[in-house]
Design a protein. Structure first.
Length: 128
């Protein structure tokens, strides 16, 4: 019985030894995978920080561009107003081109008969 007991114990210890070696190998493998994953996480965090920094710069550029566009739009509106003020007959000429009659020009724009006739000769359509 002691020989059987020794045999069973020997087999059990051998199996335990094999199990311990297998567990140690699995632990080493998991440590390596963990290290690889941690390295990837650090790399991704650095990439994300770079993307965030670039996004902030792009946002700043867009804000600056919008401010520039607003300024240019204001300047354009001022220029158009100055241009309209510089050409007092501009609206009247546009009405002639749109087909207004001589009587309409006299009533709406305060022109004299001769002025209205001259504007029609200069800017009127051939159909008139």
């Amino acid at each position: 019985m002691s020989i059987d007991f020794l045999m069973v114990n020997s087999v059990a210890f051998v199996l335990l030894g094999i199990a311990c070696l297998w567990l140690a190998w699995q632990q080493r493998k998991l440590k390596q995978e963990n290290l690889t994953l941690m390295t990837q996480i650090e790399s991704i965090n650095k990439d994300l920080a770079g993307v965030c920094s670039a996004a902030v710069k792009v946002d700043t550029r867009i804000t600056d561009a919008n401010a520039g566009i607003a300024e240019l739009s204001e300047q354009l509106m001022q220029y158009q107003q100055q241009e309209a003020d510089a050409l007092p007959y501009h609206n009247v000429i546009q009405k002639v081109r749109d087909g207004a009659s001589t009587d309409q020009l006299i009533k709406e724009c305060g022109l004299g008969q001769e002025e209205a006739a001259l504007l029609f000769k200069l800017h009127g359509t051939d159909e008139s």
